[in-house]
Design a protein around this ligand. Structure first.
Ligand code: 0WD
Length: 255
């Protein structure tokens, strides 16, 4: 069933084949969506080129560092030129200094705090602002978050605080855009071994603990996050906005 036939969706945050954004992109593509990708840095560009080679060689690849407003503006100008109308955005971007993903939260530097907020939370706001004029037929904006935004999770520190800001932004943006039928939601994914996750101290311990404790007794699969993103981009979720859907084998219900 081609749930996303005729839909144009921008995927932001594929770094390599392990990226959650790539897991999502594959599901959107299978559902008939027309995709464009943004990347940061040459390595990611090369990786994406290889990944899309067989299946969607025509997909536009646009450089975009979300710390730069001009990049964001230029991205949506290009998306407008290629697609005309935009129906969806996958925002799968986050970053913090590795040394601040361990130890005590009070040791977070001013610079590190601002950087984590800027890349991981503010970027959703800026992207939404520039995307809105292209989403004239309504649409769906999906971002990725983690339980560390709701609860204290060891070593997640500055990123947890950035995710809390991201989750609050989802709600404010949902109100801003609701009447235009643009929905804004987050997926709170369980831990998945990716490049970004490697920055968190003792990440493999976190994976083991998750597997042991989660109600379903296993880790989450990237394709399960992909399926949820597909649902959120499709009309099946037409009544859902401002929501944070946990795709975590039920881990968040535990005290
Ligand atoms: O366990 C996990 N992996 C979870 C990840 C659990 C729950 C949520 N998430 C979130 C992350 O916090 C992030 O928001 O999912 C999102 C995607 O993360 P990922 O797929 O785990 O990691 P990765 O493949 O590294 O993609 C994140 C990418 C960056 O990768 P690197 O590793 O190069 O920082 O975000 C992009 C970049 O491609 N990124 C930027 N893009 C544009 N401008 C920027 C920037 N300034 N900084 C990072």
């Amino acid at each position: 069933q081609q749930l996303l036939k005729g839909k144009n969706i921008l995927v932001m945050g594929v770094a390599n084949k392990w990226s959650i954004a790539w897991g999502i992109a594959q599901k959107l593509h299978e559902a008939g969506a027309c995709l464009a990708f943004t990347y940061q840095g040459q390595k990611s560009e090369e990786n994406i080129r290889k990944l899309i080679h067989g299946t969607m060689p025509e997909a536009p690849l646009i450089p975009c560092d979300v710390q730069n407003d001009q990049d964001i503006e230029a991205t949506f100008q290009q998306v407008g030129e290629k697609f005309g109308m935009l129906h969806g955005i996958i925002h799968s971007i986050a970053h913090a200094k590795k040394e601040e993903l361990e130890g005590c939260y009070f040791d977070t530097s001013r610079e590190g705090y601002l950087m984590a907020q800027e890349i991981s939370a503010y970027s959703l706001v800026a992207v939404t602002k520039y995307a809105k004029p292209l989403m004239t037929g309504g649409g769906s904006i999906v971002t990725l978050t983690y339980l560390g935004g709701e609860r204290v999770i060891k070593n997640y520190n500055v990123m947890g605080v950035a995710k809390a800001a991201l989750e609050a932004s989802v709600k404010y943006l949902a109100v801003d855009l609701g009447k235009e039928n643009i929905r804004v939601n987050a997926i709170s994914a369980g831990p998945i071994k990716t490049l970004a996750a490697k920055g968190i101290k003792n990440f493999s311990t976190m994976l083991n603990e998750f597997e042991e404790k989660s109600p379903m007794g296993r880790l989450i699969l990237t394709e399960e996050v992909g399926n949820t993103a597909l649902f959120l981009c499709s009309s099946l979720s037409s009544g859902i906005t401002g929501e944070n859907i946990h795709v975590d084998c039920g881990y968040h219900i535990l005290g």
